[in-house]
Design a protein around this ligand. Structure first.
Ligand code: MN
Length: 265
């Protein structure tokens, strides 16, 4: 494997199995995040144990949660059996801001569960709410390894996120905008990973597929002023470091692919 899509809504493609097979053939490791917790079950069925590098997440998207508060317990229960938690977080856009108290309650409960269980990988949404997310992470410093998805905070917030040990997953839409490129250029290279946010995100008018991260690395190489091959190696090495950062509770496809982690029984 050589490439990573660290934030992909695999369950939302018309044929998730075909996307996953394309990833297997191309050598793309995928984090499958969900917008509702019950989608996690469908993806687990899909994952089987034969797809290396495929991590099934469980999440409740901050844009949806105020209409799905009855799913919060499913999310919290699911954290126990899922090494990857996402998509979770806060959204401070005008249309979702009125639901901020509910978002904060769910994020706090999620981070508490992650902490109680010894830490999780977390794919974190923070649109127009970077400061509030960082505040919650400071309150739950042992929740796990946090990957900020499509981070759009200020330079100060970026510095604060780095101090908190956060990683960043960046996609083509971000890399193709002037502000996004500047933000990515300001991130340390050893904390950056690639993502698509497909099929919800589009780049150049086209729905993103997880195998499109190969193009993302090319653009990232341009931002970094590196040969594409070196950017590929950097991102893949970041991914291996990230995957070794915590010991999840159960054997996962990535462990079968790269061997067990130190300290894993
Ligand atoms: Mn997303």
């Amino acid at each position: 494997m050589r490439w990573v899509d660290l934030h992909c809504h695999l369950d939302l493609y018309p044929d998730p199995a075909a996307e996953l097979e394309a990833c297997r053939l191309a050598g793309v490791a995928v984090w499958g995040v969900t917008t509702l917790p019950e989608s996690s079950r469908r993806m687990r069925d899909l994952a089987m144990s034969t797809v290396p590098g495929f991590q099934v997440g469980i999440g409740l998207h901050p844009e949806l949660l105020h209409e799905h508060l009855d799913r919060v317990e499913t999310l919290i229960d699911g954290v126990a059996t899922s090494p990857l938690v996402g998509e979770v977080g806060l959204d401070g856009s005008p249309e979702y801001r009125p639901h901020q108290a509910k978002q904060l309650m769910v994020l706090d409960r999620t981070l508490q569960a992650c902490t109680r269980l010894g830490g999780r990988w977390i794919s974190m949404h923070s649109r127009r709410a970077a400061s509030a997310v960082l505040d919650r992470l400071a309150a739950h410093p042992d929740a796990g390894v946090v990957v900020m998805h499509w981070f759009s905070g200020t330079r100060d917030e970026l510095a604060q996120a780095l101090m908190a040990g956060c990683w960043f997953s960046v996609g083509l839409p971000m890399l193709l905008s002037t502000g996004g490129r500047a933000r990515v250029a300001a991130m340390p290279r050893n904390r950056v990973l690639t993502e698509t946010d497909g099929p919800l995100a589009r780049a150049s008018g086209r729905v993103q597929r997880p195998i499109d991260v190969r193009r993302t690395v090319e653009v990232l190489a341009n931002v970094w002023n590196l040969p594409t091959r070196d950017a590929e190696t950097q991102v893949w090495s970041n991914y291996l470091t990230l995957m070794a950062a915590i010991a999840p509770p159960c054997t996962t496809p990535i462990e079968q692919a790269i061997g067990p982690r130190k300290g894993t029984v």
